[in-house]
Design a protein around this ligand. Structure first.
Ligand code: SAM
Length: 319
């Protein structure tokens, strides 16, 4: 069964999350020196130019090969990604239930999530659900033990400093008083294509995010990328969700035999099985949209440009 999401526009602010300006302010606090120091913006702009050149050349490894480049990428692109992802996550009741779960600890794997957009978005959805902990709480007090959200961020580039800054700022600014310990973040500087199912704890995961990363994985190594999806098929437990996004219309093509297909067809075939065949694949398509906009609120205060995004998404559930 698959459900098509009809609307072509994500909400600027979904009430399940913190407001977009709060999300953007988190980056302003975490990277205050880089954004507001003397000549800071000039220095950031020169690094951003280098990152842009590398990305244009599809040299993804070089794009993130220094601390300065990673920080500049994060300051330039992650704030708008975080606001878009916050709205996108909250758009799915399935993801809201994972992130705000009060019944049991939850585990999320963010593949290629080092730049922090998805991390901050998850925190902006988690924070309002935690009682007594902060000025944003919307939930009622309860006497049951607190449950934790465990986020494992895996990235081939060393984003540890960026992830650490964002995590500390989330814990200090959004989650004070005993709640911070329940928002757990682990960063692995590693190639996802080389990691074992045990290292990734695939069987324990409730959600995997692959946001704006599948094109890169397939460009690096097609066979290993297919193998990664097959590992998800084999080792993820029933009920686990997998969210894939890319920039709408940006999917690279792949040649199989004499024919060229967009990568999304290959991904669907691996996860859902071949169309028209009786045996269903291991995953079910829960929501999909080939083109949905997130437009940033133009009133938001931030010293750099904030991008609108046109997103392709697929949310799958393991059967
Ligand atoms: C275009 S960025 C997207 C960042 C983030 N997910 C977002 O949506 O803003 C792709 C990320 O994937 C990471 N990446 C690329 N190949 C990878 C691999 N083999 N294993 C883990 N991470 C990888 C890159 O280092 C980069 O951080």
């Amino acid at each position: 069964m698959s459900a098509e999401t009809p609307s072509g526009l994500l909400e600027v602010h979904n009430q399940e999350t913190l407001p977009p300006q709060e999300i953007i302010d988190l980056f302003k606090v975490a990277f205050g020196n880089e954004l507001y120091g003397t000549d800071a913006l000039d220095e950031l702009q020169s690094q951003i130019q280098k990152v842009k050149t590398d990305l244009y050349n599809r040299d993804y490894i070089s794009a993130f090969n220094s601390e300065e480049k990673r920080v500049s990428y994060c300051c330039r692109w992650s704030p708008s990604r975080a606001t878009a992802y916050a709205s996108l996550f909250a758009h799915f009741k399935e993801i809201v239930q994972v992130v705000q779960c009060h019944e049991c600890d939850q585990k999320i794997l963010c593949v290629g999530g080092g730049a922090g957009g998805e991390l901050v978005a998850l925190a902006s959805l988690f924070t309002p659900s935690r009682e007594f902990s902060n000025k944003y709480s919307t939930s009622r007090p309860s006497s049951s033990p607190k449950k934790s959200l465990n986020i494992h961020v895996v990235d081939i580039s060393d984003w540890s400093v960026v992830v650490d800054k964002l995590q500390r700022t989330i814990q200090e600014r959004w989650l004070y008083a005993g709640e911070a310990q329940h928002f757990r973040v682990q960063f692995s500087h590693n190639d996802i294509l080389q990691m074992s199912e045990d290292r990734l704890a695939l069987s324990e995961l409730n959600l995997i995010t692959l946001l704006f990363t599948t094109n890169e994985l397939f460009a690096e190594n097609k066979q290993q990328s297919i193998r990664l999806l097959q590992k998800f098929n084999q080792f993820c437990s029933p009920g686990c969700y997998l969210l894939i996004t890319e920039s709408a219309g940006s999917y690279s093509h792949i040649t199989v035999g004499t024919k060229k297909f967009p990568i999304q067809f290959l991904i669907d075939t691996i996860l859902l099985g071949k169309k028209g065949q009786d045996s269903a694949g291991p995953w079910q398509l829960v929501h999909q949209n080939d083109s949905i906009w997130y437009r940033c609120d133009p009133k938001i205060d931030y010293p750099m440009k904030l991008e609108n995004s046109r997103i392709f998404y697929r949310l799958y559930k393991k059967i």
